[in-house]
Ligand binder design. Structure first.
Ligand code: PGA
Length: 252
């Protein structure tokens, strides 16, 4: 049976001391919460991984980087490899976020390499996909989302898919306050699960966690998470305050 997950994506926010404080608050709140129905992850800047790892209980709160390099090691100034991320004690990496695809020109081919690097180093991947407003309006969105998944994930084996979480994040809903309706999100989550079923069979499709991201907050999370194919959320803005984040974690 697939897991429910609520993952924070802090993006480029917080200094190291601020991030350590936020992570401590999240870990304390998760530790004292009764009967949580989801796993909780914080996705922090590279600079924060080691320090945050020291103040969380990794069995209660997972730790994600927000990117990793598409090469193993060597002369790639400024890059951080999957092995480096894993060596901090992090257990997840977020890959393919639309901000990385859009601002840093990450291509499906690069993401395929990054996925392979992450899995080879024992990291689980939160793989993001989603359409722009233009693609939503011109009707190409289903093809766009299917392409993103096929091009960067469908070289994996069924066994490897057990370490992949997919996050559907419509770009027009990210940081805009404009959430996809729960029906719009459910439609795409079911489509993604259908693609997985066609490629890998019903078992893999059933076992894959598919998160929704885009202006998810405590007020709309219960309705989104009630949908059969929405298994949690990837949370940006609302993950920067422990109380808001916990309001989403407890939405199941
Ligand atoms: P948001 O971001 O919750 O601030 O819309 C979500 C994301 O980009 O992962």
């Amino acid at each position: 049976m697939r897991k429910n997950i609520v993952a924070g994506n802090w993006k480029m926010n917080t200094t190291v001391p601020e991030g350590v404080q936020l992570a401590k608050e999240v870990c304390e709140a998760v530790s004292s919460a009764q009967g949580l129905k989801c796993d909780v992850i914080v996705g922090v800047p590279f600079t924060h991984l080691t320090a945050v790892r020291q103040v969380i209980d990794i069995n209660k709160v997972g730790l994600a980087a927000q990117n990793c390099a598409d090469h193993t090691s060597g002369a790639y100034t400024g890059e951080v490899s999957a092995a480096m991320v894993a060596s901090t004690g992090a257990n997840y990496v977020i890959l393919g976020h639309s901000e990385r695809r859009g601002y840093y020109n990450e291509t499906p081919e690069m993401l395929k390499e990054k996925v392979d690097m992450a899995l080879a180093n024992g990291l689980k991947v939160i793989f993001c996909c989603g359409e722009s407003l233009e693609e939503r309006e011109n009707g190409s969105f289903k093809e766009v989302i299917g392409g993103e998944i096929r091009d960067s994930l469908f070289h994996l084996t069924a066994e490897q898919m057990a370490n992949i979480v997919i996050a559907y994040e419509p770009i027009w809903a990210i940081g805009t306050g404009k959430t996809a309706t729960s029906d719009q999100a459910q439609e795409i989550h079911a489509l993604i699960r259908g693609l997985l079923a066609d490629k890998y069979g019903a078992q893999v499709a059933d076992d894959t966690t598919i998160l929704y991201g885009g202006s998810c907050k405590p007020s709309n999370a219960p309705e989104l998470f009630a949908k059969p194919d929405i298994d949690g959320g990837l949370i940006g803005g609302a993950s920067l305050k422990a109380a808001d984040f916990m309001g989403i974690v407890t939405a199941f």
